[in-house]
Design a protein around this ligand. Sequence first.
Ligand SMILES: NC(=O)c1ccc[n+]([C@@H]2O[C@H](COP(=O)([O-])OP(=O)(O)OC[C@H]3O[C@@H](n4cnc5c(N)ncnc54)[C@H](O)[C@@H]3O)[C@@H](O)[C@H]2O)c1
Length: 255
Amino acid sequence: MSIDRFGDQTIVVTGGAGGIGAGIAKAFVAAGGQVVVADVAVAAAQLLVAELGKSARYLPLDVTDESSWISVLDSVDREYGGLDVLVNCAGYYQPNVPFEEMPLALWRKHFAINADGVFLGCKHGIQRMKQRGGAIVNIGSGMSIKAIATASAYCGSKAAVLMTTRTAAAAAGAYSIRVNAVSPGPVPTAMLRGNLVADQTEDELIQSLGQFSALQRLATPADVVAHAVLFLSDRASANITGVFLPVDAGNLVGA
Ligand SMILES: NC(=O)c1ccc[n+]([C@@H]2O[C@H](COP(=O)([O-])OP(=O)(O)OC[C@H]3O[C@@H](n4cnc5c(N)ncnc54)[C@H](O)[C@@H]3O)[C@@H](O)[C@H]2O)c1
């Protein structure tokens, strides 16, 4: 990968301290970008930026809070001269909740982080990039499309990510801002480990999920990063907007 591919760009990665977000942050740093890891998880984010060195810094962000967005993007304007790429990766998933027992508060928590968070990111990202152009990549999910009975709030809120990607793309195109989504299949991170059932090992979970994909394997953070998020963020993808790109080893092929 060329180290100056994103050499003149500032990239904000929400949920940048998590499994997939950290993979994305590392890939942008390797491609020469200045990366802001924006997350509520202070300790994990600080560890990551210490590892990444001077090309990365941490800014606290709660994606559900509009004033938090404004404060982070004010810092980016002030300290880096503006935003070039926003990756909306922060997410929340509480698995194994039967549809008819889903508490309204838990439903709303999923929508606050997954749907409101992406909406606020797109809204403020577009405002900041209006004069300079740029790219936004939202992280959806295979479950934006696939209906899982015990994941109604996650599926619903991730479906909203795909339509928000399209409405934001429609709104932002006039300013040369592109908005796309990547939809990972299962990726072994803390979020996926939440699916473990009693007496099941992580290897067993990974194996059982892998069998639902055409390629019989799971996506990794590196798959998501290297071949999708950076591709969609790259200025060379100038004509691609409003799409969602599954990166799931073929998990949706039979859906
Ligand atoms: N792991 C998977 O199998 C999988 C599959 C498809 C999609 N995804 C999506 O990928 C993204 C990353 O997931 P992951 O697997 O890395 O999960 P993760 O749990 O490792 O990371 C999620 C990150 O989001 C952060 N976050 C949560 N609420 C936040 C808030 N209000 N404000 C700011 N940050 C917040 C967390 O602190 C954490 O760092 C999510 O959007 C998730 O829905 C994951």
